[in-house]
Design a protein around this ligand. Structure first.
Ligand SMILES: [Mg+2]
Length: 378
């Protein structure tokens, strides 16, 4: 290993001007507004973990949707790794954090923790430079399309209709996504209700891995014929790359298979792409290693001529979504949009189906409302 490849190559390097001084984390558990479920999971609350990183009198903010158990991992371990580096070098901290969790497993909780710290460090760097993060990363688009996402399987027809039509009529979304798979016999009816509510706009369907390959092929044909569905997400488990690939090969030609929300690192995405499992790769900055990890997924998509779609947490994705070459859209996920608007000043609002970064503030432009969040503190 050359010196340049060593994890510590950057530590203490002359020229560091803003060493990271402190990294704090806090968890908040926010109840959903209604019971929610998808094809394989149900929930009544969402846990938000925020990270604040300090250097040279500035504070960077990061967050992830994860579990309160990552707070001590961040404060007792990842903080030490981040504090070995300068705030101008987030990739160095990212690599040190990744190396640190080797024996714990890089996926899952550890990946969400690293993601939140990485986002905070990039926000911190932009604040130190006093530039918006979208400009620091460099834009190739100044507005990012969003698709409304929710349509939970717990909703009755009126709730489903109301939510989806709001995204189309008020937010201007060209695409909306609903959940299926909890009660397969009821899904054709629900899909018909949703399609009727959104008219000519495109309906996406997410099974969250609920189906077998043969069920998936059956529903793919049916939903394509009956509701012109052209996006089928996780028809089978994302752990079953061969199964996803079989669905992709045999689904109607105009239907795209999407997955990637459990891509914790570049290796996860590489395996998914190498298996021919997806037409569109999804990646989530709050899971895949923050902005540093998301840019790696973006590079993989560029090399494979694959579209990229950001999963959930739209406010966090916005700056890097402006920079990712093959990005198609971001997921305007009901739970996270609600939380971002409740607890983050500066959270974006769609106009005509797109969101735009706030270029009047340094960093990603989000300010956490600590006082408002206190009632949800874990
Ligand atoms: Mg999904």
């Amino acid at each position: 290993m050359s010196a340049a490849d060593a994890p510590d190559a950057m530590a203490g390097r002359p020229g560091c001007e803003a060493p990271v001084r402190e990294v704090r984390a806090r968890a908040y558990r926010i109840p959903t507004d209604r019971p929610e479920a998808d094809g394989t999971f149900s929930w009544s609350a969402t846990t938000l973990v925020i990270v604040e990183a300090e250097a040279a009198g500035k504070t960077g903010l990061g967050y992830t949707y994860s579990d309160a158990s990552i707070v001590p991992l961040i404060e007792k371990h990842l903080a030490d790794a981040a504090k070995r580096y300068d705030a101008f070098d987030p990739p160095a901290a990212w690599r040190a954090m990744t190396a640190l969790v080797r024996n714990l497993g890089r996926d899952g909780l550890a990946a969400t923790a690293i993601s939140a710290v990485d986002i905070a460090l990039w926000d911190l760097k932009a604040k130190l430079l006093e530039v918006p993060l979208a400009l620091l990363l460099g834009r190739l688009r100044d507005a990012v399309p969003v698709y409304g996402s929710g349509g939970f399987t717990t909703y009755d027809d009126d709730e489903l209709r109301g939510q989806l039509s709001h995204w189309v009529e008020v937010d201007g979304c060209a695409f909306v996504k609903m959940k299926v798979g909890s009660d397969p016999d009821r899904d054709p009816h629900r899909v018909a209700v949703a399609k009727k509510a959104i008219g000519e706009r495109m309906l996406f369907v997410d099974a969250n891995g609920a189906w077998t390959v043969s069920q998936a092929l059956d529903y793919a044909e049916r939903f394509a014929d009956e509701a012109d569905v052209r996006w089928l997400e996780e028809p089978v488990s994302s752990d079953d790359l061969a199964g996803l690939s079989r669905v992709r090969e045999r689904a109607p030609a105009r239907m795209e298979i999407a997955a990637g929300e459990y891509g914790w690192n570049a290796d996860s995405f590489r395996r998914m792409v190498a298996a021919g499992a997806v037409d569109v790769l999804q990646a989530d900055v709050t899971r895949c290693g923050g902005y540093t990890g998301f840019l790696q997924a973006a590079a993989l998509c560029e090399a494979h001529h694959l579209p990229l779609s950001g999963h959930c947490a739209p406010a966090a994705h916005l700056p890097v979504a402006c920079a990712a070459t093959r990005l198609r859209h971001l997921e305007w996920f009901h739970d996270h949009v609600r939380i971002e608007h409740m607890l983050f000043d500066g959270a974006p609002t769609p106009r005509d189906g797109v969101i735009v970064p706030n270029l009047s503030r340094p960093g990603h432009g989000l300010i956490f409302k600590h006082a408002d969040a206190e009632e949800f503190r874990v």
